[in-house]
Write a protein that binds this ligand. Structure first.
Ligand code: 13P
Length: 253
């Protein structure tokens, strides 16, 4: 059975002191208020990965994720961080192919396929992002584009490997805009993705893959979106920087 997951993507925000304070608030609220078995992930900036992990301690139900990694194993790639380095500090998740990486850093489907491979080779879980920009939604070709993104970067994987991937559908027009997809729009696209996975890998494999929704998830819309049958939680940006909002979103999963 697939897991429910709520992951916070902190993007490039917070000082170390602020990161520590936010983590400790989230820890306390989760301990007091969160029931059930929703997995919780904090995707912090690279400099805070290890301190966040140490702060959470070994028994925490909250895990840590990186926001990117290199497509290379090691070597002369100044400024880059490899999946194996992330593995070596005990961080289990890596976001791959966020639309901001695609848009501002020119990451394309072929490159992202390599990154997914590196993450899986290090036995980490990629949170693979897909999603269409506004003009594609308006042109009505959003399903075709998202299928292409999934195919380009994931369909080379074996059935065994693809079940280790978490997919996040994040329509670009809903990211940081306050304009969330309706629960129907989210459900429709998640069903398209799951059906496409089923066509490639079979229904049983497709049913095992968690597909998260991202894009202006807030406490007041999380519960409805997360209740859709093919939505298995969320990847949360802005609202994950506020402990109260983030924990309320987790409670909606
Ligand atoms: P917002 O929740 O701020 O719209 O960001 C979504 C996102 O990009 C998560 O990866």
């Amino acid at each position: 059975m697939r897991s429910k997951i709520v992951a916070g993507n902190w993007k490039m925000n917070k000082s170390l002191e602020e990161a520590k304070a936010l983590t400790s608030e989230i820890m306390a609220m989760v301990a007091d208020e969160v029931k059930g078995d929703t997995k919780i992930v904090l995707c912090t900036p690279f400099p805070y990965l290890l301190s966040t992990k140490n702060q959470l301690g070994t028994n925490s139900r909250i895990e840590v994720g990186a926001q990117n990694c290199s497509e290379h194993d090691s070597g002369a790639y100044t400024g880059e961080t490899s999946a194996s380095m992330i593995k070596s500090i005990g961080i289990p998740y890596v976001i791959i192919g966020h639309s901001e990486r695609r848009q501002y850093f020119g990451e394309d489907g072929k490159l992202l396929a390599k990154k997914v491979d590196k993450v899986l080779a290090s036995e980490l879980t990629p949170i693979f992002c897909c999603g269409e920009p506004l003009e594609i939604r308006e042109a009505g070709t959003h399903e075709a584009l998202v299928k292409k993104q999934v195919e380009e970067s994931l369909f080379h994987l074996t059935a065994k490997a693809v079940q280790k991937v978490v997919i996040a559908y994040e329509p670009v027009w809903a990211i940081g805009t306050g304009k969330t997809a309706t629960s129907q729009q989210a459900q429709d696209m998640h069903a398209v993705i799951r059906t496409y996975l089923a066509e490639r890998y079979g229904k049983e494999v497709a049913e095992n893959i968690s597909i998260l929704y991202g894009g202006s998830v807030k406490p007041d819309n999380a519960r409805e979106i997360f209740s859709c049958p093919d939505v298995d939680g969320g990847l949360v940006g802005g609202a994950s920087l506020k402990s109260r909002d983030f924990v309320d979103i987790i409670k909606g999963a």
